[in-house]
Design a protein around this ligand. Structure first.
Ligand code: IYR
Length: 230
């Protein structure tokens, strides 16, 4: 049985428990090429079907995200899984209120023109249409049971990696997602009654794409454009 994690859990060293056998090169090549092809079909979806999705798939994807590496192995994340229609509605109303101010000018002209090709606006129907919202919080610091605070390290990096793994797991499990970042996000901590050490990082609606879902016809940078060899 694996030990239960606690904040002061020590890390005795041990041989790698799940050391994988080295796969033959052709198998690695086939796996890598297949993964690359499958991940290239991931698209951010903004129009969701209201059809239910199996909860266990979402739970498994969150469990995958929670395997992410983190600064000092502090695992500074909390995933709030929202499926209650009333809570989703309240999140939508609060998000739209902030987004209206943002789109009416708070973002500034340069930002607004960068967003124009994506066709986003202050209407956030995905927040009530998608069967699940995963609200990701970062634990800016650790809050012990006496209310004392302890530093967490590389929180942005750790939570960013975890969200990347979450999006990958959802996609490979056949679910669509949107990385939504209403700004400011304070209302999420209030609405979801999170403790003061937690700060909202992203809202991720999860579900199936709507039958008439459209996505912008965007082009990804090629490997040559993102890779530098030395
Ligand atoms: N948070 C706003 C605006 C927005 C910002 C970026 I950068 C995007 O890539 C998309 C949207 C919103 O969610 O609409």
């Amino acid at each position: 049985m694996t030990a239960m994690w606690t904040p002061n859990y020590g890390h005795p060293f041990e041989p790698m428990p799940y050391r994988p056998a080295r796969p033959p090169a052709d198998q690695s090549l086939a796996t890598a090429a297949d993964l690359r092809r499958r991940m290239d079909t991931r698209r951010t979806v903004r129009e969701f079907s209201t059809d239910p999705v199996p909860e266990q798939v979402v739970l498994d994807a969150i469990a995958v995200a929670a395997t992410a590496p983190s600064g000092a192995h502090q695992q500074p994340w909390t995933f709030v899984l929202v499926s209650d229609d009333e809570v989703k509605q309240r999140i939508r109303e609060a998000a739209e209120e902030e987004e209206r101010v943002s789109y009416q000018g708070r973002l500034g002209e340069e930002w607004l023109s960068a967003l124009r090709p994506l066709g986003t606006d202050a209407v956030k129907a995905h927040l009530t249409d998608a069967p699940y919202l995963i609200v990701v919080f970062q634990q800016r610091y650790f809050l012990d049971e006496n209310g004392e605070t302890h530093k967490h390290y590389y929180v942005d990096e750790s939570v960013g990696i975890a969200v990347g793994m979450l999006l990958t797991a959802l996609h490979l499990s056949g679910l669509a997602a949107l990385t939504h970042t209403p700004s400011p996000m304070r209302f999420l901590g209030d609405l979801l009654e999170r403790p003061r050490n937690e700060k909202a990082f992203a809202v991720i609606p999860v579900g199936y794409p709507a039958d008439d879902c459209v996505v912008p016809n965007l082009v990804r940078k090629s490997l040559d454009q993102v890779l530098v060899r030395r």
